[in-house]
Structures are given as structure tokens and as C-alpha cells.
Design a protein around this ligand. Structure first.
Ligand code: NIG
Ligand code: FE
Length: 381
């Protein structure tokens, strides 16, 4: 097996609690990788010999981004909705049904091709772990198809049959929840690691969300949730109560929600691309972090509310407009995403972890926010 030494790293972000707090940075560092695994991390002056050497030339190396929230299994385009929002229309989740129609009509090849293109786009911007949700099929065949295709791209697949109530069940939402927790779950669970529900205004209420997540958990899936995007739904406290890995959006948060998050183990995943693309106020990251809540950042890449695949973009927005420090934002986009997926082998640079590393064309990760929109990812390992 070939060993590779990444040498002369000016600044290495390890995120390893054994090394230091938060980003746990090491200067003048080196890393040895072998067969996709990190074998050695330390000071460049003590680096062991290796079969090949990559010269980082004093630049910064960070863990690959962990994008813990995406909706890549879709067809179609909703740029017209974005355009309308930029001239004053508000976002409702109503457009989801347009994507459902386009997705149902698309071939397997078209769906897979589109998602592969987006995964490649993510990777070129430093993302090495991605979660992918279903949620634009909303019937048994199309939801399970989306998950089977997503499994070709990631192990982090999420069953989101409870995205919205599809038009054909408009008069019978309870019947749809029965389908989601019954036959659809049985078909989807073998292809999913997670179950998710959109608990918000115009989607599912707390009782429906509880039924969906508990059924998923009983089928062996870990729980995650969309809540607090459009209003106060009670979903955040439910997510904590059910031991969900993560509750995502968290734009509308009551004091009770913050207390629940601070007292539980559920990560709050913030999705700045959504507020950017819907012109809503950003979530209050400072209030969460200051209360001791673990915060992650993700793209929520989807054709409606946030069509970005760029974690560097999300970091720049989180730093500029959500009052996160560059170190907090980078940690949230790497280690935070890993926590939101219950993973300890990614989002960290330490011996034994996956060798998912990004070499930046910059001396520091601060440049990710300091130079917004500039492609700074030089190489992805
Ligand atoms: O995470 N909130 C629900 N789902 C997506 C939006 C989906 C869409 O508009 O197509 C989200 O923002
Ligand atoms: Fe989402």
C-alpha cells in the first residue's frame, strides 16, 4: 500500500479534542495517509518517510467538509421562484410539489446523473461526506427509488417521505401519514440510515412528526428533523425529546427550544443558503453557541430554498451575517456535520480517521470568509 506524506502544512486544522479546543490547530505540520486512512499527524520536522510526498508549501489543510443536509434526488429547475422572491414574493414550501411532479417523471438515469453532477460539484468545493434525502417522490415507488439511487452515492441516506403531503392526499393528510409510517417505510427503510420529517407551517404538525419519527426509529433508522424554518412548530423540542441526531433550519427558536437543545444531545444544523435564497432573517447562531448548543452548518442543496452546493459559501455567510467566528464556522462545517451524522471518523484529522482532507490555496481557513466566492480548494484527498 502506498503511503503519502503531506508535508510543509503551514496551518493544519485537526478538530481533534486531544490536540486542543475547537479547531485544534497545529502550525508547521505534516500528515501521512495510507489506503484512505490517516496514519500519522504531527510536526513537519518529525514526519516519517513515505512513498510519495505532497508539498503543501506552507498552505492550510482542513478536514473535508461534512455536508449533513441535502436533497440531491430531484429533477427540474425552480429559478423562476427564486427570481420572484428576489422581487418580493415570500417562500412557502408550496414549490416542493412542482419538483415532485418533475422527479416522478424523470428516468433513473436522469435522476442519478443530476445527483452525480451535484456530488462532483460539492467535492470540487471540498465536501467529502454528504447526506442525501429522498422527499420528492412522495409515493412508495418514487421514494424507494430515490433512496436506492442515493445509496450509490453515499451511506448517509435519509427517508423523507414526510416532506409535504402530496396533492393526491390533499384531503386526507392522516391517510398520507399512515402510508409514510406503513408501506412506504417498509419499502424505504432497507435503503436508508435516517428518517426525517418537515415539521413546520404548511407541512406536518408535532403529532404527525412524532408518528413519523417513532415509526422510523422502530424500523431501525436514526431520527433527524426539519423544523423552525417557516415558524414555531414545536418540532425542535420534539426532536430533542426523541433523541434526534439533528434538527435543521432552527431559524424560529423560542427560549424553550434553546433550553431543550442545550440540555439534550441533538445538534442544531443551520442552513445559511436558505435564508440567503429566501430573503429571510438568518438563524441566531450566537444565541445557540452561547447557550452551549452544538451547531453544524450544511448547504441544504435543493432546487427550491437553497440551490448551492458550496460549503465555503455557507461558511462565508455564517461568518459575515450570523456572527460566527471563522473558527466556529469551519468547525460547524466539518466536525459539527460529523456530529449531526453520528460519525467520529470524518470531520477530524487524527490517526485512524478517514483521510478526507482539503488543501486550501490560502495560508489560513479565515480566507474562506475573507475571500468569499473565490475557489480556494486546491486539492481534495
Ligand atoms: O430544507 N424545508 C423543506 N424542504 C427543503 C425545501 C425544499 C424545496 O423548496 O424544494 C428545505 O428547505
Ligand atoms: Fe432540507
Amino acid at each position: 500500500m502506498t503511503t503519502t506524506l503531506i508535508d510543509d502544512i503551514g496551518l493544519l486544522v485537526t478538530n481533534d479534542p486531544a490536540v486542543g479546543s475547537l479547531t485544534a490547530e497545529v502550525t508547521d505540520a505534516a500528515v501521512v495517509i495510507e489506503d484512505g486512512v490517516i496514519r500519522w499527524v504531527g510536526s513537519a520536522s518529525r514526519a516519517p518517510a513515505a512513498d510519495e510526498r505532497v508539498d503543501a508549501a506552507g498552505r492550510c489543510v482542513i478536514p473535508g467538509f461534512v455536508d449533513s443536509h441535502s436533497h440531491l434526488m430531484f429533477a427540474g429547475d425552480r429559478a423562476d421562484e427564486f427570481e420572484a422572491r428576489m422581487t418580493g414574493q415570500t417562500y412557502t414550501a408550496g414549490g416542493i410539489r412542482r419538483t415532485v411532479a418533475a422527479t416522478r417523471a424523470a428516468s433513473d438515469d436522469a435522476l442519478l446523473g443530476n445527483s452525480q453532477r451535484l456530488v462532483a460539484e460539492m467535492r470540487s468545493q471540498g465536501t467529502t461526506t454528504v447526506e442525501i434525502k429522498s422527499g420528492y417522490g412522495l409515493d412508495v415507488l418514487d421514494e424507494s427509488r430515490a433512496l436506492r439511487l442515493a445509496q450509490k452515492l453515499t451511506t448517509e441516506t435519509t427517508y423523507l417521505g414526510a416532506h409535504v403531503v402530496p396533492s393526491e392526499f390533499a384531503d386526507d393528510p392522516a391517510g398520507y401519514v399512515d402510508l409514510v409510517t406503513g408501506e412506504m417505510l417498509a419499502e424505504c427503510a432497507p435503503h436508508a440510515r435516517w428518517v426525517d420529517v418537515f415539521c413546520d407551517t404548511g407541512a406536518f404538525d408535532v403529532d404527525q412528526a412524532r408518528a413519523v419519527l417513532q415509526a422510523g426509529q422502530a424500523a431501525g433508522l436514526g431520527a433527524r428533523m426539519h423544523a423552525g424554518q417557516l415558524g414555531f412548530s414545536g418540532g425542535v423540542q420534539l426532536a430533542v425529546e426523541l433523541g434526534a441526531a439533528s434538527v435543521d433550519h432552527c431559524t424560529f427558536l423560542s427560549d424553550e427550544d434553546i433550553d431543550a437543545l442545550a440540555g439534550g444531545s441533538t445538534v442544531a444544523t443551520l442552513l445559511p443558503g436558505v435564508e440567503f435564497s429566501t430573503r429571510q432573517p438568518y438563524p441566531d447562531a450566537r444565541r445557540l453557541i452561547d447557550a452551549g448548543v452544538t451547531v453544524a452548518l450544511a448547504c441544504d442543496c435543493n432546487p427550491g430554498s437553497s440551490f448551492t452546493s458550496s460549503m465555503p459559501f455557507c461558511i462565508a455567510v455564517a461568518v459575515r451575517d450570523m456572527k460566527m467566528s471563522p473558527a466556529e464556522a469551519l468547525w460547524a462545517a466539518t466536525a459539527g456535520g460529523a456530529e449531526a451524522l453520528w460519525r467520529d471518523d470524518v470531520g477530524v484529522i487524527r490517526e485512524g480517521a478517514r483521510a478526507d482532507l482539503v488543501l486550501l490555496d490560502a495560508p489560513s481557513y479565515v480566507h474562506l470568509a475573507y475571500r468569499p466566492g473565490v475557489p480556494l480548494v486546491s486539492r481534495v484527498f
